[in-house]
Design a protein around this ligand. Structure first.
Ligand code: GTP
Ligand code: MG
Length: 208
């Protein structure tokens, strides 16, 4: 009986509140907004301002997470799988079409670098915005275009990529960065090509 009474009272109060909101929608919205602002808005001060330094080349590099496993799970050809490389290129094209301030991209294996022009004001140069948008667009494009390259090979899990932003203040720094990636990936590729040829054509085992 007592519980029933409480429920009724609660319902009455709720009805009155609803009536009030319906009668004065603007006033109610104003009060709610004011309350949210005054009481909760301070949490915004915990956010970090991450505007990147001006006058620097801005490089976003993404790299596949655990692609050694991912490639064998999907039976990528060794050492280079044309479908996989073309898919990486396709995802990079999607990123470049979206961000016109990217002046150059370079990729190999499971990695890609995107160079934004020095003066870019994309997202007010906010590092976390740039990094997260580029990475998520690349990752979703990789999945979206998968079937165009792998046709009947089913994608067995969601691939993911790590990503970082590096700033280079001089043209020389940027050139050396690109040289470094080119040399590094070339050495890796040369090693893999030699290794797999020795196994596939030379008849050696992995350990030999
Ligand atoms: P983390 O990046 O640290 O998560 O490790 P990872 O397993 O992705 O290795 P890493 O990025 O150093 O190297 C990429 C790996 O992806 C290579 O070592 C290969 O095993 C694999 N991979 C990339 N492209 C190809 C390809 O075209 N064919 C084959 N078979 N494997 C590839
Ligand atoms: Mg990787």
């Amino acid at each position: 009986m007592c519980q029933h009474f409480h429920n009724l009272t609660f319902l009455k109060v709720l009805m009155r509140l609803l009536q009030h909101i319906l009668k004065n929608p603007l006033k109610s919205a104003f009060y709610l907004q004011k309350m949210a602002k005054s009481k909760y808005e301070y949490v915004k001060t915990f956010e970090i301002e991450d505007r990147l330094l001006p006058n620097c080349w801005l490089v976003v590099r993404i790299d596949g997470k655990g692609f050694h496993k991912f490639s064998s799970k999907h039976s990528f050809e060794k050492p280079n799988d044309r479908r996989a490389l073309q898919l990486m290129n396709r995802a990079a094209v999607a990123v470049m079409l979206e961000y016109k301030d990217i002046v150059l991209s370079y990729g190999e294996s499971d990695e890609y670098s995107f160079v934004f022009r020095k003066e870019t004001e994309v997202y007010n140069r906010r590092g976390s915005k740039i990094l997260s948008y580029v990475n998520s667009l690349f990752s979703s494009s990789y999945v979206y275009y998968w079937k165009d390259y792998f046709h009947d090979v089913k994608l067995l899990g969601p691939p993911s990529f790590d990503a970082r932003i590096v700033l280079y203040p001089t043209d020389n720094n940027l050139r050396d960065y690109l040289s470094w990636r080119q040399v590094d990936t070339h050495i890796n590729n040369l090693y893999n090509t030699t290794f797999w040829n020795l196994i596939q054509k030379g008849g050696l085992t992995n350990s030999k």
